[in-house]
Design a protein around this ligand. Sequence first.
Ligand code: CA
Length: 229
Amino acid sequence: MMRILIVEDETRLARRLARVLRGEGYAAETVGDGRSALARALAEPFDLLIVDWMLPDLDGIQVVRRLRTAEMSVPILMLTARGQIEDRVTGLDAGADDYLPKPFALSEMLARVRAIARWPRDEKKTDLILRAGDVSLDPVRHAVWRAEEPVDLSAKEFALLATFMQRPKQVFTRSVLLDTVWGGHDDNYGNVVDLYVSYLRKKLDHEGARSHIRTVRGVGYTFDPQPGP
Ligand code: CA
């Protein structure tokens, strides 16, 4: 079943879209702000995101940019009341795949969703598997393996590992990780990153070997594909 995430702060519209999509046999869920959208989309595999431009905190364009920066290739349909051609270009440049000006007929929205559902995706699915050393991560099936053995991760652990594996050897600060995985950075949450890194290390690392996730003192963490013995 095709999974759709609707990102729209106008609750009534969001609910109506979800209802119509479910009526057509899609699995639809809604979130009302940009940060929650980012956190959901990074934690779970969706087949389509419907993202309104005007949102509280992060706007739709920022959500799209951040997802594309994280190399999430999920199709994105932008909604916007801003009908100008320049806005359309901005949306597409940011990485949206299609664009629907408000107000729109629900039949028009469904036609766009059906069109996106027909896009070839098999190629993308295999390309999406991330591999680094003996660790593989499949964002579509939400699965992780270490040395061919499945590793059972929580949604946040998975999102954190995906963030690391999309950019092996890049050093991430705690605040970037908080922003990407937890959808916001409040300094009081710095410990959350450390805690989840310790969970991931327990699950991923071979006993007695060096950790895949290396602490960079005073900066943050980095993923090392070949940590060595
Ligand atoms: Ca809105």
